[in-house]
Design a binder for this molecule. Sequence first.
Ligand code: ADP
Ligand code: MG
Length: 704
Amino acid sequence: MSTVKPRKIRSTTSKDTGEATPPLIPGVSKPTLDKLTKLGISTPLDLILHLPLRYEDETHLYPIKHAPLNQTVLVEGTIIRADIKYRPKRTLICQVEDASGVLFIRFLNFYGSQVQSLSPGVKVRLLGEIRYGFFGLEMVHPKCRTLKEDTPLAECLTPIYPTTAGLSQTILNKLIKRTLSTIDLTDSLPEAIFSPLGLSGFAESVTYLHQPPPDASQHHLTEKTHPAWRRIKFDELLAQQLSMRLHYNKRHSQKAPRLKNPGQLKQQLLDTLPFSLTKAQQRVEKEISRDLNKAHPMQRLLQGDVGSGKTIVAALAAMQTIESGFQAAIMAPTEILAEQHYRKLSGWLEPIGISVAWLTASLPKKDKTAALQRVSDGSAQLAVGTHALFQEQVSFNKLGLAIIDEQHRFGVHQRLALRMKGMAEGAASKSQPHQLMMSATPIPRTLSMSYYADLDVSVIDKLPPGRSPVITKLVADSRRDEIIERIRQACLTGKQAYWVCPLIEESEKLQLQTALDTYQTISQTFPELKVGLVHGRMPNLEKSAMMAEFQSGNVQLLVATTVIEVGVDVPNASLMVIEHAERMGLSQLHQLRGRVGRGTSQSACILLYQSPLSDTARMRLKIIYENTDGFEISRQDLQLRGPGEFLGARQSGVPMLRFANLDQDSDLLEAARTTAELMLKEHKPAAESHLQRWLNNKEDYLKV
Ligand code: ADP
Ligand code: MG
C-alpha cells in the first residue's frame, strides 16, 4: 500500500500557522483520499460518522424453491449451464441449482472474464430479487459471488453507504471497518446523562449502525428511528446546543452600558400615541427593558407577525437608551422602509424633544456630512438609516443600542459591523452596544431553539385590536377582468390598492421591464384613477416621493415590485393584487399580504395565478390561502423547504444539522437543550470532549 504524504486538508489546517497536520486517515492512497474529501470525510471520525443509507441482508440463505418472491434474498447453488444469447439482446444466462430447485440468472452487461468465471460446476452465491420469468424462476443482475470452499455467511447486515463515483462500497466498507477497530470511541457523555434518556452508548450505537445484527429492524434503521440513530442525532443536537450556549455565556461575560429606566421619556412618547400598547407589546417591552438595564450586551430577537406593532416597541427601547445618555440606531434593509421609519419616528419623537438623524447612501453630500457630524458629536440621539449606518465614515458618539429591523435581510457581517461601531468608538470603551433584532418572518419554534439558541427571543403573539383578517382569494389569471372591475369600483369609493408585478428572479433588467410594462398596462386599464409606480431601480428620491403620494392618498393605485414587501405601512391601502403569485415564496407572499389589513376597513388580497400550477406552487398557494398566522405559515414552509433555505443569511455562519431532523426529532431537541445546560453546570469536561468530538475545529463559527 502506498504511503501518503502529509497534505493540506482545509478543515484541519491550523488557522494560526497555516501548516498542514499529518495525514488523518492513514494508509489511504491520494485518489481515494480525494474521493473521501468529496464526501466530506477528512478524519477517522468523519469516516465513523459516514453512516449507511440502507442495508442488504447476506446473513441468511434461502433454498431457491422457498425463497420469497419480489424481495431481496440470498441464495446459493452450482452453475449447471451458461449460455450467451444474442436475441433480442446480448445476454448471459446461467442456470443455477441447489438442493431445492433451479434458478435462471441473467446479465445484460457482462465482461468476458465474467463469462469465464461463471462456467458449469462453479458454486455461486447470489443476492437479488427472484421473479417468475419466461423460463421460470429468475434473477436479473444479481450481486454474484463465486465461492471457494465453504465461505461463511455474513455475520451482520451489509451496509450500503452514500458514495461518489470511483469509490466502491467494498473500499468504503473496508476503511470504515478498519477505523472502527482502531479509533477511540470512548463515550464523550457520562452514562448518567444518556441512560435516563433511553439512549445507548456512543461506541455501541455507531458499531450497531455500521454492523447491525441479522435480526435488526431495517425499517427503523433506514427511517433513522432506531435507538442507535437517536443517540447519534442526540449527540449532534447536543453539540449544537452546547456551542450555542457557550456562545451565549461568553456574551454574558462581555460588558455593555447599563441603561437605566426612569421611564419619563417612554411615558411622554406613550402619551402622544393615538393608541395604547397591547398586552403582548407591554410584555416584550418589559423583557427588552430589563435586558437593557444589565451590564452585558443584550442580543434579543423580537419576533412578531407583520403588523403586530414592533416599531413602537423599538422606539420605546430607544427612549430608555436616550434617557440614559446614550445614542440609539435603527437600521432597515431598504430605503423605503428606512425612510418610513424615519418619518414615523421623527413624527413621534421630535415633538418630545428628541433629535433624529437620517442617513442613507443616497443623501446629498451636504446633508450627509451634516448628519454624520450630528451622529459623531452626539447631538443626534437617534440615527435611522440603511446599510449606510455602519459604513466607515460613520462614527457614533456613544452608541448604546443598535436596532436591526427585518434582520433576516441582513448578513451576519453587516450586523456585526454595526455592533463593532459601538465598541470601537463609544465613549464607554470596550463595552458593546445592546442589540435588538426584529423580524416579521416568524421563526418556527424548533428553528429558534436550534439555530437561534444563542439569542434571547421575545414574541408579540397578538395583533393590535380592531384588525379584521385579510380575505385571501385565489383567482386564475383568466378571470383577470373581474378583478380589474373590482379594483376600479373600490378605488372609486376612496380605497387604495397595491398592484404587485410578477417576480422575475433571473434578471434585474427583465424585472425592470416587467414593472414598466405592468405600469403602462395598468395606467391604460384605469384611466380614471391616479396610478403610481415603485420599483427597485428607481432613484431613491423618486421612490420616496411616490411613497409619500400614496401615503397621502393622491395616488390610488400603486404598481409595485416586491420592494414593498418589507415593513411598508399605509393603513388606508386595503386591497392588493399579486400577479403570478405562483412564482413567489411563502414568506414573501405572507409579507406582501401583510401590507394590507393595517387599517380598520375590510381588506383583501387577490392572488392571480397562471395555470397549470406545479405541485409545490399549488402547495404554497394552498398554505397561504388557508392560513393567516405567520408562525403556522413558517412552520409549513419549513416542512416544505427544510431549514437550509429558511435560514438565509444565518446559514452561511452555522453548520447545518446532518443527522437530526428538527421536525421529527423535536423531542431530542428539547432533551439536548436541557442536557446542554446541565452539562455546562455539572459536567464541564464532558461538555468539552463532546464539542471536541463533534465540532472539531469548527466551534468558533458563530460570530453574531
Ligand atoms: P410591524 O410589526 O409589522 O413592524 P408596525 O410597527 O409597522 O408593525 O405597526 C403596524 C401598524 O399598527 C402601525 O400603523 C402602528 O402604528 C400600529 N400599531 C402599533 N401598535 C398598535 C396598538 N397597540 N394599537 C393600535 N395600533 C397599533
Ligand atoms: Mg416593521
